[in-house]
Ligand binder design. Structure first.
Ligand code: ZN
Length: 138
């Protein structure tokens, strides 16, 4: 069995945002030389998500509106976590959007349905964060 590990770096200029990382993950698969296996992608942080959904800007605005209803950023004082920080909402948003993605690799490609795309979801940006890509297979 072969293994591959890489860290991707993201530094979004805004507090919240989404980045389609499907091509970057496919590049990792290409570099790994693995044709049949699994790829795990997860942020190495607790205020960001990696998830699969549609690359459609209306949907991304819907995520923003929905998450702000569930866990509004402000007022910061509404959260017990915000004693020394202001990112309680980011921890909560990440919790509902999920930590990681595991996807099948078949014949050297992400084995996806038509509309599946991998996203990095940022909820407390303006700083560099790491995303782990781990691939196993042969
Ligand atoms: Zn925090």
């Amino acid at each position: 069995m072969k293994t591959y590990r890489k860290e991707l770096h993201f530094n979004l200029p805004t507090r919240r945002g989404y980045v389609n990382i499907t091509q970057q993950v496919q590049t990792c698969i290409n570099e790994s030389g693995i044709k049949e296996g699994l790829v795990l992608v997860n942020p190495m942080h607790i205020t960001a998500s990696v998830f699969i959904n549609d690359d459609e800007s209306g949907l991304h605005q819907d995520f923003e509106k929905w998450l702000e209803k569930l866990a509004p950023e402000k007022p910061h004082s509404q959260y017990r976590h915000n004693g020394f920080e202001d990112n309680a909402d980011a921890h909560l948003k990440r919790q509902v959007m999920g930590r990681e993605v595991v996807a099948a690799i078949t014949d050297g490609k992400l084995d996806f349905g038509t509309w599946e795309q991998i996203f990095y979801g940022e909820y407390d940006g303006k700083r560099t964060k790491r995303v782990l890509v781990k691939i196993i297979g042969e």
